[in-house]
Design a protein around this ligand. Structure first.
Ligand code: CTP
Ligand SMILES: C[C@](O)(CO)[C@H](O)COP(=O)(O)O
Length: 373
């Protein structure tokens, strides 16, 4: 099963005004579309951008497939669906590039609902009273059963492609197209943050929501142990330290790097090294631990975070770590692509108590904080 997200960004944003179409205007230091794309990275297998012909050069930096937009939103969606046809996609999410703040929980709720429904979309119930009129109130309307529609709107791929091919045009969104073709659409909870940038004032609201989000941090911890075996040195935090013994392990047994990698996976709530690199798989036998750490860092970037800082503690009587601390921080910084000042490596003995005190092995603990990139 392959999931895809189509992000439509080929409109001209006439209601928003400004020198550029709204998806290219600045929001908290980056184009609106950068935020919209980031919300889907790591949550679907494939992202496709739909871009106006005049904006293609602007979109090339995303490193994603680009499909040319059409005169209408529905036409833009159709172009992307046709591009995805034959590429093994089973579920597709269709999202407005102008909704840059869609929370992860909304995306996963839509995807999850597609396990049991042919279509799903987020929405919020109308809570205000509804009036009819122009300058004066001329009547009221019942709000019960009314919803404010959001995106991403998700569908089984083949059915929404067929629906778009058959639809006569003029639909406001893809739920309308799906329902026209007879497909049921489940409502999942939307989010007030998932606003569509439509008018100039919406940018101020979105910027203030993002400012609040900047405070969000994710914390993870990791712990690992490797036993000593015959040998003449140990790998610790990416540095080979001469020693009268080696560490035993399926990989290079770099206990410090393993604890750190698990702390990063933990911060993302994405399991641990064993989940991503199963020890039962012979291809990881003897693997260099930097492969695991690099993968964890790729996941951090894919989820829209960066490492704020991390802290590794090695627990052993010997070898002495102090002389190698700077080299270890530099080696980890190189692998992780961050500054060494964000990385701490320290060591302690266990006062000759327990397995580390008896020099049967080395233990390592690590913690890591992630903040939005
Ligand atoms: N021909 C179109 C029209 C709209 N969209 C996209 O559909 C989303 C929702 O549409 P809307 O908010 O109406 O955007 P615009 O058409 O750009 O805005 P306006 O109507 O104010 O010009 C936006 O991300 C927009 O870029 C698109 O890809 N192709
Ligand atoms: C798709 C949509 O965002 C659902 O709310 C909306 O229909 C498109 O935007 P518009 O403002 O109605 O043009």
């Amino acid at each position: 099963m392959t999931t895809a997200a189509i992000i439509v960004a080929a409109g001209r944003g006439t209601r928003a005004g400004g020198d550029l179409p709204k998806q290219w205007q600045d929001l908290a230091g980056q184009p609106v579309l950068v935020h919209s794309v980031r919300a889907f990275r790591g949550l679907v297998d494939q992202i496709v951008l739909v871009i106006h012909p005049e904006d293609i050069a602007r979109a090339e930096g995303f490193g994603l497939p680009i499909v040319t937009g059409a005169d209408t939103r529905a036409g833009s969606v159709r172009n992307a669906l046709e591009w995805l046809d034959g590429r093994g996609v089973t579920k597709v999410l269709i999202h407005d590039g102008a909704r840059p703040l869609v929370p992860e929980a909304v995306v996963t709720a839509v995807l999850g609902a597609l396990d049991s429904a042919p279509g799903a979309a987020p929405a919020l119930p109308v809570s205000d009273a509804l009036w009819r009129g122009t300058a004066q109130v001329e009547g009221t309307a019942a709000r019960d059963g009314l919803w404010r529609a959001q995106t991403p709107q998700g569908f089984h791929f083949e059915s929404i492609l067929a629906a778009h091919r058959a639809h006569p045009g003029g639909a406001a969104d893809d739920v309308e197209v799906a329902r026209w073709a007879g497909h049921a659409v489940t409502i999942v909870p939307g989010d007030e943050d998932n606003l569509k940038l439509t008018y100039p004032g919406d940018f101020t609201r979105a910027a203030s929501i993002l400012k609040g989000r900047k405070m969000e941090i994710r914390l993870g911890n990791g712990f690992d142990v490797h036993a000593f075996t015959e040998g003449n040195g140990v790998w610790l935090c990416g540095v080979h330290v001469p020693h009268g013994r080696a560490l035993l392990g399926h990989s290079d047994a770099d206990v410090g790097m393993h604890a750190l990698t698990d702390a990063i996976y933990g911060a993302l709530a994405e399991g641990d090294i064993g989940v991503h690199f199963p020890p039962s798989d012979p291809q990881w036998k003897g693997a260099a631990s930097h492969i695991f750490l690099r993968h964890a860092m790729e996941r951090v970037a894919a989820r829209g975070y960066r490492v704020a800082n991390c802290d590794v503690t090695l627990v052993c009587e010997r070898p002495k770590i102090g002389p190698h601390q700077a080299a270890m921080r530099a080696a980890l910084a190189d692998i992780m692509g961050i500054e060494a000042e964000r990385i701490s490596v320290k060591a302690t003995t266990s006062e000759r108590l327990g397995f580390t005190g008896r020099e049967e092995g080395i233990a390592a603990l690590a913690s890591c904080t992630l903040v939005p990139a």
